[in-house]
Design a protein around this ligand. Structure first.
Ligand SMILES: Nc1nc2c(c(=O)[nH]1)N[C@H]1C(S)=C(S)[C@@H](COP(=O)(O)OP(=O)(O)OC[C@H]3O[C@@H](n4cnc5c(=O)[nH]c(N)nc54)[C@H](O)[C@@H]3O)O[C@H]1N2
Ligand SMILES: Nc1nc2c(c(=O)[nH]1)N[C@H]1C(S)=C(S)[C@@H](COP(=O)(O)OP(=O)(O)OC[C@H]3O[C@@H](n4cnc5c(=O)[nH]c(N)nc54)[C@H](O)[C@@H]3O)O[C@H]1N2
Ligand code: SF4
Ligand SMILES: [Mo]
Length: 748
């Protein structure tokens, strides 16, 4: 059965929710938002503090949430013992309180109903909503098998719902943080060093002498520990080299800014490799002892001179040489940063490979000031019965398509959910938790097709984001400040754990994901997998197994443990085996060769804009995380909308002035839904335009975010799939300006 699903704007709700007066900002003035941790202590005498870790982005900084005598959350500050944040939160983390106070939050379960021929959402009790989800899941399992239920997730709710889904009989679980984010770099680094980079990145920035950032804009990308360490490194005289078509914040702190022609980084990387090899600058002892394939690499890059790369990248040969020498001078205390959001042009695994090879030549893997050996705490799993063995999983769905995908590919799940899918592993129902797919997954036509074909969609979210408009049932989760979640066990220099516990009762009729999963599980006859009343019991059991307890962790928030598996860095000449076929760092990737892929990266030319069109590039802004903060009352106060960065030459050609509103049209004639204000700036190349991702929301229920700025996602319709692992390259889209409102029928 396929169900045509109209997108419902939640504003079409039958009974309006109760409006909450005032914004979170009335709780403290703007300076209070960034106040030093101790400055407000005096005014907080009558308060309690509860440990948490942040959910505003996935750095997961640990902090303290303060509540007043009435149980109202007052502020969040960093936990001094946390090695990921060193006691300081970024503006988004401090503003996380706005997620709790946002009056536009989802308040009650909602069910899609048809009234007078019109689809709309009706308020429901938890009992009604959960009964419906469970019965639809059972129906799907009976018809097609439990495997045809899939979970899309990002962040903390995923593990609870994933547990429920695995107990149900499906391991078809996926997250956009792989094929839309860091997947290619993990594959590139595994092929080289036999180890993924992972999150947080084990970059020893604090001890580095040279940091190379390739389209990785630390400083706007606010990953806390990295930003702090980069600032320390700069104070210590480290040389920063930034490769970016845009003069980013990082570029402004750099010794060298290389304003590269976008889509040509591979040529620069190969030319740098050429200089290191042919100017004899590489770490010879390290390569001799640890590397495989040096001779093939040397032969491969023979003609890839800086002069060759100049014609492609527009970066002058002497700058390419000078920067290669700068890296070599710092070696091995040098980091060519692997980046994080690396799904750009479709050859992203190979670009990441080139970055890994550069690091190998510089001897930086496993070295002080390069990459350290991270460690995470091992905490025993709470005892559940074993999961049933699914008859098939995403690996079967993917068949031989993406040989090197170590995790599931979300875009593959979308394809397998469409009516036109021809394979044997069709997906019929979705649970979506903590990911706003319409803004997150490029290529909306396929997503729309999936929304039209699926039998059932349930969405667990905190906000009426676009994804909720496609749901059959919406389950409102409470915010991270109102719930327990799993322990944070992020890898770091030292193993560390952090506790998140509720600092206030859930507002409205919202519930934690662990509770939603448990109640669904019980309705599905899976009660034995949820043998606790409260998630705190699971945490206490786990914490006692590692020599502490929930009570102790409620007081400390963070616990740092001794390293178990050896030192942070390689000892001089240490004999190590890398987890690759050859046991060496593979400059020549034997796995890739065996599957018919280039064992050493090659440069391929990418699509170029037609006359009058400009490459659409996008990135982050310090006060926001993707679309999840776009309606946050504290953070919209810092930045309400995105702007369109336009080079003065282009502005002159089009007679665009600062503040002018334009609509954008892409190469496929897709037009932005909303206009965006022009910012004329030398800080962007003339062949590209830039905007921050996460704006241009289309749901009116997001009262602060609706229609503010434009959505890059909407204009990304040309997707370049990485043949090795299925990542979605998003930067081959080109736009032109429409200075007049093109009219509703054109705006899509
Ligand atoms: N066009 C474009 N697309 C991109 C990117 C880009 O730069 N441009 N970036 C890519 C990258 S790097 C990534 S990692 C992904 C990120 O993709 P997503 O994680 O999907 O990002 P968000 O848009 O922030 O969506 C988060 C959703 O989770 C909800 N949410 C927030 N907190 C909670 C919670 O505690 N519980 C529940 N249940 N829900 C919650 C929010 O309301 C929102 O609906 O996007 C990728 N897609
Ligand atoms: N404040 C804030 N911080 C965040 C996030 C957030 O939402 N908000 N999200 C987090 C997440 S999940 C991720 S994955 C990271 C992403 O952060 P990063 O990995 O740093 O990556 P992007 O956001 O993709 O960075 C875009 C940069 O690449 C440049 N660029 C565009 N095209 C090219 C090109 O062809 N070549 C080169 N060399 N550069 C190019 C752009 O000008 C821009 O400066 O940020 C994390 N940190
Ligand atoms: S970097 Fe900022 S938003 Fe991300 S977890 Fe840390 S405090 Fe929260
Ligand atoms: Mo990401």
């Amino acid at each position: 059965m396929s169900t045509r699903r109209d997108f419902i704007k939640i504003s079409a709700l039958g009974t309006a929710g109760v409006a909450v007066a005032g914004s979170a900002l009335s709780l403290f003035d703007r300076s209070g938002l960034f106040a030093a941790d101790d400055s407000t202590q005096a005014s907080l005498k009558a308060v309690k503090r509860y440990p948490t870790y942040c959910e505003v982005c996935f750095w997961k900084c640990a902090g303290w949430t303060y509540t007043d005598a009435e149980g109202r959350i007052q502020k969040i500050i960093g936990n001094e013992d946390d090695p990921l944040c060193n006691g300081r939160l970024c503006p988004r983390g401090t503003g996380g309180i706005g997620m709790y106070y946002d009056p536009d939050r989802l308040k009650t379960p909602l069910i899609r109903v048809t009234r007078n021929g019109k689809q709309q959402f009706a308020e429901a009790t938890w009992g009604e909503a959960l009964d419906l989800v469970a019965s639809r899941m059972k129906e799907i399992a009976e018809k097609y098998g439990p495997e045809s239920m899939a979970l899309f997730n990002h962040g903390s709710p995923g593990s609870h719902l994933g547990h429920m889904l695995k107990a149900f009989g499906s391991s078809n679980i996926t997250a956009p943080s792989y094929a839309q984010c860091r997947g290619p770099r993990e594959v590139g680094f595994v092929a080289t060093f036999g180890a993924a980079v992972g999150s947080p990145e084990p970059t020893d920035i604090r001890n580095t002498k040279c940091l190379v950032l390739i389209g990785s804009h630390i400083g706007e990308n606010m990953h806390n520990g990295q930003v702090q360490e980069m600032s320390d490194a700069i104070d210590n005289g480290a040389a920063i080299i930034t490769v970016d078509p845009r003069f980013s914040t990082a570029a402004s702190k750099s010794k060298y800014w290389l304003p590269i022609k976008p889509a040509t980084d591979m040529a620069l990387l190969l030319a740098w490799i050429h200089v290191l090899v042919y100017d004899d600058l590489y770490d010879k002892d390290y390569i001799r002892q640890y590397a495989f394939g040096f001779d093939q690499l040397k032969e491969h890059v023979k003609n890839m001179t800086p002069e060759w790369a100049y014609g492609i990248t527009t970066i002058k040969p002497d700058v390419i040489r000078k920067t290669a020498w700068e890296m070599a001078k710092a070696s091995p205390a040098v980091i060519v940063h692997p980046g994080r959001h690396v799904t750009w042009y479709g050859d992203d695994t190979q670009r990441s490979r080139a970055i890994a090879i550069l690091n190998a030549l510089l001897g930086s893997w496993g070295r002080r000031g390069g990459f350290y050996y991270k460690e995470s705490a091992s905490v025993p799993k709470y005892p559940y019965p074993p999961y049933p063995k699914p008859k098939w999983n995403w690996k079967d769905m993917m068949k031989d398509k993406y040989k090197f995908a170590a995790l599931s590919v979300s875009n593959d799940f979308v394809e397998a959910s469409t009516a036109s899918y021809q394979g044997d592993h069709k997906i019929h129902g979705w649970l979506v938790a903590g990911t706003n797919l319409p803004l997150t997954m490029p290529g909306m036509p396929a997503l729309k097709e999936a929304f039209d074909s699926l039998d059932f969609i349930a969405v667990v979210d905190t906000m009426p984001m676009e994804i909720t408009g496609y749901a059959d049932v919406i389950l409102p989760e409470c915010t991270y400040l109102e719930r327990y979640d799993d322990l944070r066990k992020s890898p770091s220099r030292e193993p560390t754990i952090a506790l998140r516990m509720p600092a206030a009762k859930p507002k409205y009729d919202s519930k934690p994901a662990w509770w939603i999963a448990k109640k669904l599980g019980e309705r599905l006859g899976l009660g034995e997998y949820f043998n606790y009343e409260d998630y705190s019991e699971v945490l206490d059991w786990q914490l006692k197994k590692i020599g502490t307890s929930l009570e102790e962790m409620q007081k400390k928030g963070v616990m740092n443990l001794e390293r178990k598996y050896g030192p942070l860095y390689l000892a001089k000449g240490e004999d190590v085996k890398f987890n690759t076929n050859t046991g060496k760092i593979e400059l020549y990737a034997t796995d890739f060769a065996a599957e018919g892929f280039d064992p050493i990266p090659v440069y391929t030319k990418h699509e170029e804009p037609e006359k009058g069109y400009y490459r659409l590039i996008y990135g982050r802004t310090p006060p926001h995380t993707f679309s999840r903060t776009a309606n946050n009352p504290n953070l919209t106060d810092l930045q309400k909308e995105n702007h369109l960065w336009v080079n003065p030459k282009v502005a002159k050609l089009w007679d665009l002035r600062p503040g002018d509103k334009v609509w954008l049209k892409n190469q496929d004639d897709v037009v932005s839904e909303f206009p965006i204000k022009v910012r004329v700036t030398e800080r962007i190349r003339w062949d590209s335009i830039y905007m921050v991702h996460g704006f241009g929301h289309s749901d009116k229920k997001l009262s602060r975010a609706y229609g503010k700025g434009a959505s890059d996602s909407h204009l990304i319709t040309n997707i370049k799939i990485d043949p090795l692992m299925g990542g979605t390259g998003m930067r081959s889209n080109f736009v032109t300006f429409l200075k007049e409102d093109p009219g509703k029928e054109v705006r899509s």
